[in-house]
Write a protein that binds this ligand. Structure first.
Ligand code: FAD
Ligand code: NAP
Ligand code: SF4
Length: 672
């Protein structure tokens, strides 16, 4: 049997789960409108078919005050049940099981009706919450209980009580946010009462044959959070109150320690859950950065938890459990923890999707159906756009030839994978290598496509995915051999001196800076080193699990520069940009906005910043000033009268990322 621990059943008393895989709660944006529940039902049904043991929906508020945002998903009235029945029917029809997460946002509510134990604004929302009165607290507990009862009536197999990540229940538990002196505040025991009463009264209302998962904050990672003995006390009380499973929560949303981004080591917080093992008898779930079966199996085999929770990995590949069980882990489309299409979308009020799987949450609209007429199609360029396009075309039944001048597939992903903390890009390339074989794409490497080559075969369609070239920047001295671009550093492995200026502070400028300052191997490969660098106390002796961060000394002195005024990195992605900025700050990278590049010579790079000239005494300059589309072939083909489809960077280089490249390639392939 493959992964025997992962695929062993879990007996919960009234029900036995087929395996140890929990699809963790993930907001998709489809929970908020009744009219989107048909799409959500198809999304969950596909994942139930994929073999996941138990699923949890995105957070649903038990009341208007508990909304995450205005008019967000809510289950508080009998007529709300009908839409939820669509989900439970769809999942049960596939033999799956599903719990609904009850999430009261408390002071994280992005609306003026938010409430909290005390009137303390969160640093990440603009609204100051109203303090709940004693009657308000009782009413809120009743809201949770009513919501759970309605969820049971709607056919759910259980609920998850969201008690972590800094939401309302967590706000009651922590001194940081609870300054009450009634029975719901004061000492630690009184602050826990709200959570315990919710579980106790819910259990009384729903009966024994209904799963109650409690998501417990085991590592707050904010000042004024819980200490470990309080967490153990709470876990025991939650078990006694009737929970069936305890799930792990790591970090509040306002914490300044990254918890799920790609630079967090895989399974990097399972040790926290392990500390609770033996303290309680009910199953414990661990979570965060578990994305491949070997990681999950190791965690279970080491006795760190009884189940593993994965949310984004099942967005990336709905068939993850089936593939793992069949010994096909190399065919899993691995979540690279980029957040670019899931969390970043949700924060922008957009429907979630997935960078490596654009069908995620779009299952009803983006359908890969057999082609009605089999065509012969050439795809030029095996970067993300070309790979997605070629494999989708071939899956639909077309005869596809994929041509690339390089000696390996992947295009720019071959540079991205070298950045410390971006090792997951290797997985996407591994996935595509297998997909090319499975879909029988003919791959021609080390072959430059030109008009003659493409005319020599009678292709029905030609797709151009030739990508981008680095933009060149001219200033006096820019032709000096010590002035490089990012490809010289990442692809040609040119030696770079101890002091370096980077021109351009976009995504690639930041990545190159991290490449230059980090001491190999990447911190993302070592949990002990990573926790030391970010100030996470693995002994859990310190309250909230926080201790002084001790970043390693940088391996180089780096200046990161941009022409535009303002803070470099301000345009990086919402949920990951702060991590990149904090990483470089810890490595003493000097960042300047509003820079003019005057010249480069033996003294270094001469720049003008805010009207003042200065010399940066650097050995090398690395240009990361964006990219230009590589369109020459497309233009020549068009001039020769050949119709082409242009995708990815070759289409538009500005604002290009792999999310657009893969989505565009897949969408085009569905139409040819
Ligand atoms: P490319 O990846 O450029 O691929 C084009 C391919 O076409 C190449 O393999 C090339 O060899 C081939 N080709 C060109 N001309 C010919 C020809 N005439 N004949 C045959 N073959 C040809 N994006 C993100 O979304 N998230 C990230 O975190 C991220 N990090 C990055 C980090 C770095 C260091 C770099 C460099 C890029 C990063 N990117 C990231 C950007 C991402 O890699 C690109 O957006 C993506 O690769 C563009 O895909 P593409 O298929 O359009 O082009
Ligand atoms: P970019 O984000 O557009 O940044 C280019 C940088 O170069 C900017 O700082 C720009 O700012 C500067 N610049 C542009 N023209 C210049 C010129 N003529 N002279 C000097 N400086 C110039 O592009 P990128 O960093 O190359 O990244 C390419 C794409 O890859 C991005 O769109 C990004 O989405 C994607 N990517 C994403 C990630 C990620 O983590 N999500 C990581 C890497 C890459 P000024 O004009 O102000 O100087
Ligand atoms: Fe994972 Fe990125 Fe997809 Fe989100 S968008 S599920 S983080 S691969």
């Amino acid at each position: 049997m493959n992964y025997p621990n992962l695929f062993s059943p879990l007996d919960l008393g009234h029900v036995t789960l087929p395996n140890r895989i929990l699809m963790g709660s993930m907001h998709t944006g489809l929970e908020d409108k009744a009219s989107d529940f048909d799409k959500l039902a198809v999304y969950f049904a596909e994942r139930a078919r994929g073999g996941v043991g138990l699923m949890v929906t995105g957070g649903i508020a038990p009341s208007i005050q508990g909304w995450l945002k205005p008019f967000g998903g809510r289950l508080s009235m009998p007529w709300h049940k009908a839409r939820h029945r669509k989900l439970t029917h769809a999942v049960h029809a596939e033999g799956g099981r599903i719990c609904m997460q009850i999430l009261h946002a408390g002071r994280y509510g992005y609306h003026p009706l938010s409430v909290a134990p005390s009137k303390i604004k969160s640093p990440i929302t603009p609204f100051t919450p109203r303090t709940l009165s004693s009657r308000g607290v009782e009413r809120t507990i009743a809201d949770f209980v009513r919501c759970a009862t309605l969820a049971r009536d709607a056919g759910y197999d259980g609920i998850e009580v969201m008690g972590s990540e800094g939401y309302l229940i967590n706000q009651f538990i922590a001194e940081r946010t609870n300054q009450r002196n009634d029975v719901w505040g004061g000492d630690a025991i009184r602050r826990m009462r709200f959570a315990i009463e919710i579980v106790r009264r819910t259990r009384e209302a729903v009966g024994r044959d209904f799963i109650i998962i409690y998501r417990l904050s085991m590592l707050d990672l904010v000042e004024g959070g819980q200490d470990w003995s309080e967490i153990v006390t709470l876990a025991k009380a939650i078990e006694a109150a009737g929970a069936s499973i305890i799930n792990t929560g790591i970090g509040w949303h306002e914490a300044r320690v990254p918890t799920i981004v790609t630079s967090v080591p895989r399974g990097g917080f399972a040790w926290v859950t392990k500390k609770l093992k033996g303290e309680i008898a009910i199953p414990l779930v661990t979570t965060n950065r578990i994305n491949m079966p070997d990681v999950a199996e190791r965690i279970l085999a080491d006795g760190q938890a009884d189940m593993v929770s994965m949310a984004r990995p099942l967005l990336a590949d709905s068939q993850w459990p089936r593939k793992a069980a069949a010994g096909n882990a190399e065919r899993i489309n691995t979540c690279i923890a980029c957040n670019q299409a899931c969390l970043d979308h949700v924060f922008q009020n957009r429907r979630a999707s997935c960078l490596v799987n654009p069908r995620a949450c779009h299952e009803t609209e983006l359908k890969i159906e057999p082609a009605t007429h089999r065509k012969r199609i050439a795809v030029v360029g095996a970067g993300p756009a070309g790979l997605a396009c070629a494999t989708t075309l071939a899956e639909r039944g077309h005869s596809v030839t994929l041509i690339d001048q390089a000696n390996e597939i992947g295009g720019q992903f071959n540079y991205a994978k070298q950045i410390p903390g971006k090792e997951e890009f290797h997985e996407t390339l591994r996935y595509f290598r297998h997909r090319l074989i499975d879909t029988q794409v003919e791959v021609q490497l080390q072959k430059v496509a030109d008009v003659a080559l493409l005319q020599a075969v009678d292709y029905d369609e030609v797709v151009i995915a030739t990508g981008v070239s680095p933009r060149t920047v001219s200033f006096p001295g820019s032709d000096d051999p010590r002035v490089l671009n990012y490809l010289d550093v990442l692809a040609k492995q040119r030696t770079v001196g101890a002091r370096v200026a980077i021109i351009g502070a976009g995504g690639i400028g930041f990545d190159v800076a991290e490449f230059l300052v980090e001491n190999p191997p990447s911190p993302a490969t070592n949990v002990v080193r990573w926790t030391r660098e970010w100030g996470v106390d693995m002994s859990l002796a310190q309250r909230s699990g926080l201790q002084l961060a001790r970043p390693e000394a940088p391996s180089r002195e780096v200046w990161l520069l941009q022409r535009s005024e303002g803070r470099p990195g301000a345009r990086l992605n919402k949920t990951t940009g702060w991590v990149h900025r904090a990483t470089l700050k810890a490595k003493h990278v000097i960042m300047f906005g509003g820079v003019r590049y005057d010249r480069f010579d033996d003294f270094g790079l001469h720049v003008t910043v805010e009207g003042k000239s200065q010399i940066l005494p650097v050995d090398h300059v690395v240009i990361c000033a964006g990219q230009e589309p590589r369109r020459q072939l497309a233009d020549e083909l068009i001039a020769a009268g050949i119709k082409v489809h242009i995708i990815g960077g070759a289409d538009v280089a500005a604002e290009l990322d792999a999310k657009r490249a893969i989505s565009q390639g897949t969408r085009l392939a569905c139409t040819l």
